[in-house]
Design a protein around this ligand. Structure first.
Ligand code: HEM
Ligand code: HEM
Ligand code: SF4
Ligand code: SF4
Length: 437
């Protein structure tokens, strides 16, 4: 029997999709039944009260969560997000309801027994409710009380070899796609880069020192399964330089209908016979492909490495052998300004070994942004305010054609006096000898 009636929330269970309301009701019931005899350290009725509070928010059309100040664990400036409700008398179970972020393993791999350990700990010291995974990539634990935080942190780090994730104005938990562990498209070892950067930048992760949050995400290829280009201040995306490898016989097999296009992904409906002209050649964003006389040709110079053709005919086309990463900077969701995708900074960088070249770019951006960024200004906003040219200056990267986002509308590269022969003080008469009015 529900502790609080929730007629409005109940409506959300009537739709065709799985409902978080049903999940929460189930979780509330489990807490009461307590089938594993867990020594529950926070109120048994936490989830009932959470449902009740949410119902009240729906009735009132306003949130009942408030900012109650910063909470955390000793030595860390992030990882826990303080949450308090403004109805503690009515809903004591959620008087405190802090969120804990756990640094997820690269590629989100873990063993079942490890997950079980985490769940046991959370059933004991928290609400038992999780978010797998949060938008940040972290494993998110929803709801616990302040006295539990140090206990949780101790057990996580001492027993489970598990660190907290990032929150606040610091480096957030870096995230990556599953990359080379499963995906033949991977041009770089996204998981290793993510893991390496997470370890290398522990200080940035746990001790806030930035103007605002900073996210690093790694995609193994331009398909962008973690969507680093839209979701991270520093996007590392696998790419290649040389020709896409073409197996002409396999191309013919696609054309002849012997191999299903898109690896059979759209097989649920009859789309008619595969048409290489319509579905590949004409959809190439740079029109750099042709299919004539049964032979596919790609003009590598003009290929964007968008992955479209490879995705449609994965058995015939493969990424090239000269692989590395592109680095893009400045994506963010709309908070102060509108949403923004990251902009290309380094078209190609080797991504092997200790990734020193990538770290160099990252650290020079941080040094600059920590000086110039305003409070709660994302890197993308600083870039917009001060100009993309600034980031070229601080990273020492030379302007190049690939930096031009929209030809003719954003000439953001300006010469400096010492870059112009003769500087600003050249002799105009000398100049006029060569260039008459
Ligand atoms: C009958 C004479 C002309 C016609 C019909 C004409 C037409 C055009 C058109 C259609 C564009 C492209 C606009 C765009 O990109 O959206 C353009 C661009 C331009 N034109 Fe002309 N134009 C003429 C003469 C000139 C002359 C005499 C000059 C310079 C001495 C000139 C300099 C430019 C420049 C600098 C651009 C911009 C190029 C860029 O996109 O960066 N045009 N013109
Ligand atoms: C007092 C004189 C001038 C002023 C105030 C002026 C101002 C501007 C401004 C504000 C822009 C736009 C820049 C942007 O897109 O960010 C522009 C573009 C341009 N101006 Fe001028 N201009 C002047 C003289 C000239 C002269 C004398 C020429 C050529 C003989 C010229 C050729 C151009 C061209 C070709 C562009 C387009 C550049 C591009 O789109 O990349 N301008 N000018
Ligand atoms: S981003 Fe590319 S390499 Fe990574 S999982 Fe997706 S398709 Fe594979
Ligand atoms: S990867 Fe994209 S740009 Fe390159 S050839 Fe294929 S469809 Fe064209």
């Amino acid at each position: 029997m529900a502790k609080h009636p929730t007629p409005l929330l109940d409506q959300l269970e009537s739709g065709p999709w799985p409902s978080f309301v049903s999940d929460m009701k189930h979780a509330a019931e489990q807490r009461h039944k307590n089938p594993r005899g867990t020594n529950q350290q926070i109120p048994e009725g936490v989830i009932d009260d959470l449902l009740g509070l949410l119902e009240m928010s729906f009735e009132d059309g306003t949130t009942h969560w408030k900012h109650g100040g910063i909470v955390g664990v000793f030595g860390y400036g992030g990882g826990v997000i303080g949450r308090y409700c403004d109805q503690p008398d009515k809903f004591p179970g959620v008087a405190h309801f802090h969120t804990v972020r756990l640094n997820q393993p690269s590629g989100l791999y873990y063993k079942a027994d490890y997950l079980e350990e985490l769940c046991d700990l959370w059933d004991m010291r928290g609400s038992g409710m999780t978010n797998m995974h949060g938008s940040t990539g972290d494993i998110i634990w929803l709801g616990t009380t302040t006295p539990q935080l140090e206990e949780i942190f101790y057990e996580l780090t001492h027993k489970h070899n598990q660190d907290l994730g990032g929150s606040g104005s610091n480096l957030r938990t870096p995230a990556c796609c599953l990359g080379m562990s499963r995906c033949e498209y991977a041009c770089i070892d996204a998981q290793d880069i993510c893991h390496t950067f997470t370890n290398e930048y522990q200080d940035m992760l746990h001790r806030p020192q930035f103007p605002y949050k900073f996210k690093i995400k790694v995609d193994g290829c331009p398909n962008g399964c973690v969507c680093s280009i839209a979701r991270s201040d520093f996007s590392i995306i696998g790419t290649w330089k040389d020709d896409i490898k073409i197996d002409q016989a396999a191309v013919k097999a696609y054309v002849g209908g012997e191999i299903a296009p898109n690896a059979g992904a759209h097989a649920g409906r009859d789309w008619g016979k595969f048409d290489i002209q319509k579905e590949v050649i004409d959809l190439c964003p740079t029109k750099c492909m042709s299919y004539e006389g049964g032979k596919l040709a790609i003009d590598t110079k003009n290929c964007y490495r968008c992955m479209h053709c490879i995705n449609v005919m994965p058995k015939a086309l493969r990424v090239g052998d000269e692989r590395g990463a592109s680095i893009l900077v400045g994506a963010k969701a709309p908070i102060l300004d509108g949403a923004q995708m990251s902009s290309l900074l380094v078209p190609f960088v080797p991504a092997e070994g200790s990734y020193d070249e990538i770290k160099e770019v990252l650290e020079s951006i941080w040094d600059w942004w920590m000086e110039e960024g305003k409070n709660r200004e994302r890197l993308g906003e600083t870039l917009k305010r001060l100009g993309f040219q600034k980031v070229l200056e601080v990273t020492g990267i030379k302007p190049m054609a690939q930096h031009v986002k929209e030809p003719r509308t954003n000439p953001y590269i300006f010469w400096k006096e010492d870059e112009v022969p003769g500087g600003w003080t050249r002799d105009i008469n000398d100049y006029r000898k060569l260039h008459q009015r």
